[in-house]
Design a protein around this ligand. Structure first.
Ligand SMILES: Nc1ncnc2c1ncn2[C@@H]1O[C@H](COP(=O)(O)OP(=O)(O)OP(=O)(O)O)[C@@H](O)[C@H]1O
Ligand SMILES: [Mg+2]
Length: 262
């Protein structure tokens, strides 16, 4: 079987692409799927930061500048997830050729079930190529007009590139208006809402601890939503009862008092 390649895009910045890529990727890995996440936001690399991989010597920058091979830029992530971080330096970004992503994809899909690409915001060259190399694009939107408008533009661009949008992740959704939002969003964008991820203070707390929320707080509302989405993509039935409850330790209690949340 060849890998399913999804690019997680949005148009507008800050909608939750990196959070979704990491947590969906980890949730797929926890389902036993061979999964790799790749940070194609080569200008503002964040994916590695969320896992404490910022000191990685070889990154996607080196691969895209032709000085390293992709196999040397793949790191071990949580739950068996494989991670390809991008570098943080401006020089590394300037030396990178985003066109090389096409070659990278050919090599990386080998033996994988899922490849998730964290796309940058915007529609510059380094934003367009990740759309073009995917089998399917998943849009991450917030329930606000600017986010919808930019997602619509990204959908049009995806289709111009001969690709299609699989669906939408409605992130930071207001729970009390759930169905209204879901219907409005799918109507506006003309694609289905795959999952709604609620606003959840555990997302930021997990980021601070550099552990995906699906591992750090597996019973939290956002983690459950990410796991349900992973099951959907993997074609499996989601069972909330299969998620192990974690005991809150001292560090968690401290984090809760600093970062807030339930
Ligand atoms: N469901 C959520 N609940 C609470 N906070 C969230 C949620 N989703 C994302 N966030 C927070 O929103 C911020 C932006 O998220 P993230 O970095 O994933 O967005 P992005 O789309 O990748 O941004 P960029 O366009 O800059 O790459 C982060 O601080 C993240 O912790
Ligand atoms: Mg990001």
């Amino acid at each position: 079987m060849t890998a399913h390649v999804y690019t997680i895009a949005s148009g507008k910045g800050g909608t939750g692409k990196t959070t979704a890529t990491l947590n969906l990727g980890t949730a797929l890995a926890l389902l036993g799927k061979k999964t790799v996440v790749l940070d194609a936001d080569i200008g503002m690399a964040n994916l590695g930061l969320l896992l404490g991989l910022e000191k990685s010597k070889i990154t996607l920058h080196d691969v895209l500048s032709g000085t390293a091979q992709i196999k040397d830029a793949i790191y071990e992530g949580p739950g068996g997830l494989k991670v390809v971080p991008s570098g943080l330096s401006l020089k590394g970004f300037q030396n990178s050729n985003p066109e090389k992503l096409k070659e990278v994809m050919t090599a990386i899909v080998e033996g994988m079930d899922f490849v998730l690409i964290d796309a940058p915001a915007g529609i510059s060259k380094d934003g367009v190529i990740p759309l073009a190399v995917a089998d399917k694009v998943i849009l991450v939107v917030n329930p606000e007009l600017a986010s919808m408008a930019d997602a619509l533009k990204t959908k049009a661009l995806t289709e111009m590139l001969g690709r299609s949008v699989e669906g939408v992740i409605l992130n930071r959704a207001e729970l009390e208006k759930t169905e209204i939002n879901r219907n409005k969003v799918s109507e506006l964008l003309g694609v289905k809402v795959l999952e709604m991820i609620p606003e959840d203070a555990n997302v930021r707390r997990s980021a601070a601890f550099k552990v995906p929320i699906v591992i750090r707080a597996p019973k939290s509302p956002a983690a459950i939503a990410f796991r349900r989405l992973a099951a959907l993509l993997a074609g499996e039935t989601f069972k909330e009862s299969s998620i192990k409850e974690e005991k809150e330790g001292f560090v968690d209690r401290l984090a809760r008092s600093v970062f807030g949340g339930k």
